[in-house]
Design a protein around this ligand. Structure first.
Ligand code: BES
Ligand code: MN
Ligand code: MN
Length: 454
């Protein structure tokens, strides 16, 4: 292993240059104008997988953006690792808040700034480079490796789900390795064993058939924006619990052991508030902040719109009002069931004065992975060897919907070897990735293959 690690360290500059090249392609999955860029990114990754020494590199076209696949199965009798990552990124707006252009990567200190740097191009590239280093030094890998890299994670993986179902044999593996989460803190090796699920809904209210003069009609008909605001306020009770009937049915409560483990992770509410510039934290009563973020379900309004939102004043009673509402789910909750409960509840609280339309945008199931699985133990040892510190375990408030599908369809638990930091502005202006974690990640990945083969 020493030679592999030495090779990785010697190739730092080239690795970073290659990552910058990957970051220059604006692979925003949600925007139609970037459709060609998705093809370009897939091709770039296929070339790099090929150059790293993998076989059967293929770009699969889908109804949406392409899926990149590669494999090396030269270690019969050894476990098979499926490395998953996503090459798509979030939109860049508000663009005016970026200090440097999002698709012109720049290094400041130890940080590489660009859209996708930490989520997820920088993190996924780690595994391509670790494979390359192993092949360069040993001509082989200690385990079998498959790669699956999609371009639709940020839009709910609509093409990958059916792809997995249709390609069970191709994707057959013992464990899924993913770097698309965060370290608990800088330099601290971390494994994430839980992800929240998601149920994302949109509500549209229609009042009168057109915008009305608010002087002439005000006081006579219901205002959909007023009604919507009132309805949204009814979605939580006074203790911060979600008020939807049946919402908490089946939620697996936090065990005493888990609560104690969370407490052991030093979490400073004061520092957290300071970083966010808020003077109070909020949420469900009876739980600590980490518990609320990682292990309790939530409901949030992501956006609310309707009526006049331009500059200045316009006196109207709007015809329509809408809200985008997402719920983060925890083990024991099913996104499809929550979708039904939400729809029923919204309809039950809407007054007759408005018409209601509820639509589902996307969703995903929550995940809990067993800490006793041999891949998790191998990953823990691997990170300790690279970071030279003891690995900590955490859950994550965010979601990677496809992980639950891998678990269900391939019966393969995931190792979530995240290398990002929550403070690296993912989905936000000035996204960046700590290059020390990039380098330690490549080493962790190589050590992981070594540990898993033992
Ligand atoms: N990499 C993130 C998940 C994540 C978020 C991990 C925060 C660690 C910290 C992933 O790319 C993501 O953004 N997921 C979406 C899923 C959705 C678009 C279906 C999310 O959680 O909002
Ligand atoms: Mn991601
Ligand atoms: Mn993301």
């Amino acid at each position: 292993m020493d030679e592999v690690i030495k090779y990785i360290k010697e190739n730092r500059e080239r690795y970073i240059e290659e990552l910058k090249e990957l970051l220059r392609i604006p692979s925003i999955s949600t925007l139609p104008e970037n459709k060609e860029d998705m093809q370009k990114t897939a091709k770039f990754l296929a070339e790099k997988l090929n150059a790293a020494g993998l076989n059967r590199v293929e770009v699969f076209q889908t109804e949406g953006h392409p899926i990149v696949y590669a494999e090396w199965l030269g270690a019969p009798g050894k476990p098979t690792v499926l490395v998953y990552g996503h090459y798509d990124v979030q939109p860049v707006d508000p663009i005016e808040l970026w200090e440097t252009p999002p698709f012109e990567p720049v290094i400041k200190g130890d940080k590489l700034f660009a859209r996708g740097a930490t989520d997820d191009k920088g993190q996924l590239y780690v595994h391509i480079k670790s494979v390359e280093a192993c092949f360069k030094k040993h001509g082989s890998l200690p385990v079998n490796v498959k790669f699956i890299i999609e371009g639709e994670e940020e839009i709910g993986s609509p093409s990958l789900e059916p792809f997995i179902l249709a390609n069970k044999e191709l994707l057959k593996c013992d464990t899924v390795l993913v770097s698309d989460t965060s370290l608990y803190s800088a330099g601290l090796p971390t494994l994430t064993y839980g992800l929240r699920g998601l149920c994302y809904m949109e509500v549209e209210l229609t009042g009168p058939n057109r915008d009305l003069h608010s002087g002439t009609y005000g006081g006579a008909v219901a205002n959909p924006v007023n009604v919507l605001a009132k309805m949204i306020s009814q979605l939580h009770d006074k203790n911060g619990k979600v008020a939807i009937t049946g919402f908490y049915d089946g939620v697996i409560p936090l065990s005493k052991m888990e609560r104690e483990n969370f407490k052991k992770l030093k979490f400073s509410e004061k520092a957290y508030m300071k970083e966010l510039e808020v003077s109070e934290l909020a949420g469900e009563k009876g739980y600590t902040t980490l518990e609320r973020m990682w292990a309790r379900p939530t409901l949030d309004c992501n956006g609310i719109f309707g009526g006049f939102t331009g500059k200045g004043a316009k006196t109207i009673i709007p015809s329509k009002a809408s809200a985008k509402i997402s719920m983060r789910l925890v083990p024991g909750q099913d996104p499809k069931k929550i979708e039904k409960l939400f729809t029923k509840f919204i309809k039950s609280i809407a007054p007759k004065s408005v018409k209601v339309q509820v639509t589902s945008l996307h969703g995903g199931s929550p995940v809990l992975t067993p800490l006793t699985h041999k891949a998790t133990i191998a990953a823990s040892k691997a990170m300790e060897r690279a970071f030279k510190k003891k690995t900590v375990y955490m859950r994550e408030g965010g979601s990677i919907p496809v992980i639950a599908t891998f678990d269900k369809v391939l019966k393969a638990p995931a190792v979530l070897m995240g290398l990002g930091l929550d403070s690296e502005n993912l989905h936000s202006p000035n996204e960046h990735f700590d290059l020390n974690h990039f380098m330690l990640g490549i080493q962790s990945s190589a050590y992981f293959f070594d540990e898993l083969a033992k």
